[in-house]
Design a protein around this ligand. Structure first.
Ligand code: SF4
Ligand code: SF4
Length: 332
C-alpha cells in the first residue's frame, strides 16, 4: 500500500508535515443582514438569506456565542454577511477569542489599531466595468485606497467570463497597491446576461489563471491544481455536486452516504441560532456552484483519494497550503 512517506521525497514530506499539524476547524458567521452594496449575483441577498433570521443586537450575546463556538472546537471564524464592517463590535467579539478572517467589500476601512493582524479578504468583482455593472460602483477604487500596503489583507478576485484577456491588468493594479490576490469564479446566481460560463470560457480562463500565477508569484496566492478543479468542476474524475460538497452545515447534513466533509462545520445566521444549509446559498443549484472555498475544501477532505501517486499527493499538499496561507495558518 502507498503511504505518505513512500510517495514523497524529503522536501515534500516536510511540507506535508507542516500542514498535517494544523487541524483547521472552521465555521462561517453572518455578522449582519445589511450591506452597503447590493451586488447582482450576491448569493446572500439573491437567496433571501438576509430574511432568514433577525439579527442578534446584544453585544454580550455575541460574546457568549463565540465562547460556545470556541468550546465546540472552532479554531477559524470566517465572518461574512452582509457587510461585517458595519458592526465592528460583533467582529471584535470573534477577534478577541478566535483566529478570525473578515470578508468585506472594502468600502469601510477596518481600524488596524483595534484589529491588528486580523485577516481581511476584500471582494473584487472583475474590473471597473464589471464592478459598475454588477455592484453599482467601482469598489476597487475605494478599497484599494483603504487597504493599500496592508500586510494582512488580500483581494478575493471573483473572475467573470468578461475578464478573459483582462485579468493581468487587474492583478497588476493589486500588486501596485502592495496587496495579494486569490482568484475565484463568479457563480452568477442572478443570471445576469453574459456572466454565465461556457465550457470553452472555463478552459480559457484556466490557462489565464495559470499564466497569472507564473507571472506574479509574489502577488497571486494559488496553485495550478486549484485552477483545474475550479474550472473543470472535477477532481480525480469525480464531478463536484451536492453529494460531494464538503461545506454543508453538519447538523443539517442528512446525505446518505455521507461524503468526506468539513468536521463540525456550521454556517450561522445573524440571530446566532438559525443555520444555513452551506457556505453559500441555500437556493443555489449545486451544479452551477463555483464557490472557491468549497472546491478547495473538497480537495482537502479527500487526502486518501490523492494517495494514488506522488503527483496527486503533491497537488493535494499545494491546495492545503494555499488554504492555510489564505487564512494565515502558515505565512505567505
Ligand atoms: S458586498 Fe458582498 S454581501 Fe454586499 S451585496 Fe455585494 S456580495 Fe453581497
Ligand atoms: S451551493 Fe455550493 S457550497 Fe452550497 S451545497 Fe451546493 S455545492 Fe456546496
Amino acid at each position: 500500500m502507498q503511504t505518505v512517506s513512500t510517495l514523497l521525497d524529503k522536501d515534500w514530506y516536510e511540507r506535508y508535515k507542516a500542514i498535517s499539524r494544523l487541524n483547521i476547524r472552521s465555521s462561517i458567521y453572518d455578522v449582519t443582514n445589511r450591506c452597503n452594496l447590493r451586488c447582482k449575483g450576491c448569493f446572500f441577498f439573491s437567496s433571501d438569506e438576509h430574511k432568514a433570521a433577525p439579527e442578534e443586537e446584544d453585544p454580550a450575546r455575541w460574546e457568549e456565542f463565540v465562547e460556545r463556538e470556541q468550546k465546540r472546537g472552532v479554531n477559524l471564524a470566517i465572518l461574512i454577511g452582509g457587510e461585517p464592517t458595519l458592526y465592528l463590535d460583533r467582529v471584535e467579539a470573534f477577534y478577541k477569542r478566535l483566529p478570525t478572517y473578515c470578508a468585506t467589500n472594502g468600502l469601510i476601512k477596518i481600524p488596524r489599531d483595534r484589529f491588528p493582524g486580523m485577516m481581511v479578504g476584500i471582494s473584487l468583482w472583475g474590473d471597473e466595468e464589471d464592478e459598475k455593472l454588477l455592484r453599482g460602483k467601482d469598489a476597487f477604487a475605494v478599497s484599494s485606497r483603504n487597504y493599500a500596503g496592508d500586510p494582512d489583507a488580500y483581494y478575493l478576485y471573483t473572475i467573470t467570463p468578461r475578464q478573459l484577456g483582462r485579468t493581468e491588468r487587474v492583478i497588476r493594479k493589486i500588486a501596485d497597491a502592495g496587496l495579494k490576490v486569490h482568484m475565484q469564479l463568479l457563480s452568477n446566481d442572478e443570471g445576469v446576461d453574459g456572466f454565465s460560463w461556457t465550457p470553452s470560457q472555463l478552459s480559457d480562463i484556466r490557462g489565464e489563471m495559470d499564466a497569472m500565477l507564473d507571472r506574479y508569484p509574489e502577488t497571486v496566492i494559488s496553485c495550478r491544481y486549484y485552477h483545474e478543479i475550479i474550472t473543470t468542476g472535477r477532481m480525480l474524475g469525480r464531478p463536484f455536486s451536492w453529494s460531494e460538497c464538503p461545506s454543508v452545515t453538519e447538523p443539517l447534513d442528512n446525505r446518505a452516504p455521507r461524503p468526506k466533509r468539513l468536521i463540525h462545520f456550521i454556517r450561522w445566521a445573524a440571530d446566532l441560532k438559525t443555520m444555513h444549509r452551506c457556505c453559500t446559498s441555500a437556493t443555489r443549484d449545486c451544479t452551477t456552484c463555483k464557490d472557491g472555498a468549497a472546491h478547495m475544501s473538497w480537495v482537502m477532505v479527500n487526502k486518501r483519494a490523492h494517495m494514488r501517486s506522488a503527483k496527486d499527493l503533491q497537488n493535494w499538499i499545494e491546495v492545503y497550503e494555499m488554504f492555510a496561507k489564505l487564512y494565515r495558518f502558515i505565512p505567505w
